[in-house]
Write a protein that binds this ligand. Structure first.
Ligand code: FRU
Length: 475
């Protein structure tokens, strides 16, 4: 049974024990959502990768299932790395990267190939005898070994896969493959390639059609900071464009981030029976300290987010089903704040807050979450008027890594709309209807349940709702 450790999320997916990273094989199959994940079942550190597995009827309440994939064949003996899922002839196929270390240097000595496993019921998987189905990276300006994370989809009766790659001179790129049957694959083209500060390798690409346009999502490793952006070790974002399925090339606009916080990586999407494009990401970042490792586990998933394109950018909102988690509503209207204010009934460490702030003449205002006054702990979201920046500050959050992340957010009618999801060791903040999202892991003390509002000049909270959120993970 999952322990009630103080940092264990109550409504975010986390591993039953030990290590979790990327979401894998996210799909809607036979009436249920399945989510797999990179998992090391024997240690809270990364190691030989297995695929852990959870499923849900509604994207809210999740049930743990047995491990779906384990390394062991010649082509995946050192790990079943990230990949995706697709339904074909009533069966669920997962396409993943077989990882083999060919020497001691994990950056240079590796062989990565693409493999398939199949299941009738979505729970028990058998690897195909034809594996690996893509035995080597293609020729050309393509690194022969860093070749991973296939995302597969169907288009006009053919299967396509986009695979993460880099050039021989360390520019990230995405490769497009085509297949009539998921087993025989031909290389079509380099679908998109980074130039300049666009990462030395693109991990976990995803591709989909949304609101009339094509979207390529990728997780570029090691982009350098530019102004207030790209301060995490790695980034996750997207470009919007049009894929020419004949040439295999994507013409596209600029790179944009999917999340402006600290802990959001390797997102993967699926489409469900309602035609909705839904995204989940790993709610952590490589090489960030993870204090829960000392409690025997590490890693969590973001909430499932519904994607739309508006005004040339992706807007992400929590899926509406998450309202089922709400209980004990507390409601305030027309609250003036100057200085710092706590409101009765507004506190907690697994809650949702929804509020609209009229900034009036204030030049600096915001919210403190997970406050423990005695210990001086707080996680602070501040809006500053002169530069139109939202800042998320976790320098006094508790244990774990600190830092500040920022995003430029214009006020709408002088107002700021916020939806904040607070869980035992995370905050996810959806700003102005999901045009900007900031996600962070935080590791406060158990008593850190305070919530405060602050402003240097009067602001008005036009309305504020708070709900406790239920436990959603079934052991
Ligand atoms: C991304 C990643 C993938 C790889 C997996 C290994 O976080 O590095 O590229 O398949 O994790 O666990």
């Amino acid at each position: 049974k999952i322990s009630g450790h103080p940092w264990r999320p109550v409504y975010h997916v986390s591993p039953p024990a030990n290590w979790m990273n990327d979401p894998n094989g996210f799909c809607f199959f036979k009436g249920e959502y399945h989510l797999f994940y990179q998992h090391h079942p024997f240690s809270p550190e990364w190691g030989p990768m297995y695929w852990g597995h959870v499923k849900s009827k509604d994207l809210v309440f999740w049930e743990h299932l047995p491990i779906a994939l384990a390394p062991g064949e010649a082509y995946d003996k050192n790990g079943c790395f990230s990949g995706s899922a697709i339904e074909k002839d009533g069966k669920l196929y997962i396409m993943y990267t077989g990882n083999v270390w060919t020497g001691p240097d994990h950056d240079k000595d590796l062989q990565q190939t693409q493999a398939l496993a199949v299941s009738d019921n979505g729970v028990r998987f058998t690897k195909l005898a034809e594996n690996p189905v893509i035995a080597a990276a293609p020729e050309g300006d393509i690194h022969p070994h860093h070749f991973r994370d296939p995302k597969v989809w169907e288009h006009e009766g053919q299967y396509y896969a986009v695979i993460g790659s880099k050039t021989k001179t360390n520019q990230g790129q995405a490769l497009l493959f085509r297949s009539p049957d998921l087993i025989n694959w031909e290389f079509v083209n380099v679908m998109a390639k980074g130039e300049g500060n666009f990462g030395f390798m693109w991990e976990c690409p995803d591709f989909f059609h949304l609101d009339g346009q094509d979207v390529l999502v990728m997780s570029p490793q090691g982009m350098k900071p530019e102004g207030i952006y790209y301060h995490n070790l790695h980034q996750s974002g997207y470009v919007i464009g049009t894929l020419n399925y004949e040439t295999g090339q994507l013409s596209h606009g600029p790179f944009q981030l999917l999340d402006y916080g600290f802990d959001f990586y390797a997102p993967q999407t699926t489409i469900d029976n309602k035609g909705r494009r839904i995204l989940i990401a790993w709610m952590d970042m490589w090489e960030s300290p993870m204090p829960t490792q000392s409690c025997g586990w590490a890693g969590a998933m973001t909430l499932p987010r519904l994607l739309r394109i508006k005004n040339g950018q992706i807007v992400s909102t929590p899926v509406p089903e998450l309202e089922r988690l709400r209980e004990n509503e507390v409601y305030y209207t027309q609250v003036m704040v100057e200085g710092e204010l706590a409101l009765e009934g507004i506190s907690g460490d697994h809650v949702e807050l929804e509020l609209v702030i009229d900034a009036q003449a204030a030049s600096r205002f915001g919210l403190k979450l997970r406050v423990n006054e005695e210990r001086g702990e707080e996680t602070v979201l501040t809006y500053t008027r002169d530069d139109s920046l939202v800042s998320l500050d976790r320098n006094r959050s508790g244990q774990g890594p600190g830092g500040i992340r920022q995003a430029e957010v214009p006020l709408e009618n002088n107002q700021l709309h916020l939806r904040c999801f607070i869980d035992k060791s995370s905050v996810e903040i959806f700003i102005n209807g999901g045009t900007t999202v900031m996600t962070a892991r935080v590791y406060p003390s158990e008593g850190a349940t305070g919530i405060r509002f602050f402003a240097d000049q009067p602001i008005q909270i036009i309305n504020l709702k708070k709900w406790d959120l239920k436990h959603a993970i079934i052991n």
